[in-house]
Design a binder for this molecule. Sequence first.
Ligand SMILES: C[S@@+](CC[C@H](N)C(=O)[O-])C[C@H]1O[C@@H](n2cnc3c(N)ncnc32)[C@H](O)[C@@H]1O
Length: 261
Amino acid sequence: MDTPFSGPEIFIKDFNSKDYYDSYYASDKGVMLGEWTNFALKNFHDIFSSGVVKGNTLIDIGAGPTIYHLLSACEVFPNIITSDFLEQNLAELKKWLTKESNMLNWTPCVKYVCDLEGKSVNLGEKEEKLRKSVKQVLKCDVLKKNPFEPLVLPPADCLISCFCLESACKDVASYCNTLKSLKDLLKPGGHIILQSALNGTFYYVGEKKYYCLSIAKEDIEKSFIEAGYEIVKLEVQQREDMSSLDISDYDSFYCIHARKP
Ligand SMILES: C[S@@+](CC[C@H](N)C(=O)[O-])C[C@H]1O[C@@H](n2cnc3c(N)ncnc32)[C@H](O)[C@@H]1O
C-alpha cells in the first residue's frame, strides 16, 4: 500500500531525532553510514575543494539532527546558516554545537572527511572548525515562499540540502515550486547542491513510517530547468546495499549541482 503524505503535524508530533540518528547514522547500526555518507561526503568534498564554489555565506536546509554534510563546506564558508522545520532537530544541532555531554557522535563522518582532505588535523580540530563556521541555527519551512519567514536572509553564495525536499514535497510540482523559492535565497550566480535518494516511497524512523517523494532522475532535471537553474552536474549512484529495504526502499542516490543564472 502507498505511504500517505506525512504532513507537518505528523513531523511535529512523531519525529524523534534520536531515533532518526540511531536508525541512519549511529556508529554501530546506522544504515546510512557507509554507502550514503561516502557518496554524499565525497561529492561535497570534490565540489568544495574544487575552488568553483566559494563566497561568504552558505545556507543549509532541512539538516534534521545532522551535521555530517557541512564538514567540507566549513573549509570554504565562514558563515554557515543551518536550519530545520522541527524544534527537536534544532535542539540536537545546538547540543552538538555547544558540545553538550549527550550530543550525537559524528566521528566516523569526521574521520572520513579528514581522510579525504588528507590533512593531519585531529578530529577535534575539524569539529571545532565546523562549530566556529556555523553562525545561526534557524527554523525553516521549505514549503513557504520565504522558508525563513518572518526573517529575510541576505542572499547567499551557496545553498545545500540532503534528503529534505523528498520529505517535505508531496509531488514533483511541489518539488519544482520549492526549487523556485530556494532560488530567491541565492545571489545571482549562486550555487545549489542537493543530495538525496531516487525512487523511494517511504522511510522509517523508529516505528513510524514517513512518506518519501518518489522522484526520478528525469523529474529532477526537468524541475531544475523549469525553476530557472543552470545544471552544472547531476550524478546518480545505484544502491548496492539491499539489506535495509524494509527501512527505506529508494534504489539510488543523486547529487545535483546547479547555479542561479
Ligand atoms: C529524512 S530527514 C533528513 C535529515 C538530514 N538532512 C539528513 O541528511 O539525514 C528529513 C528532514 O526534512 C525536514 N522537513 C520536513 N518537512 C520540512 C519542511 N516543510 N521544511 C523544512 N524541513 C522539513 C524534517 O524535519 C527532517 O529533518
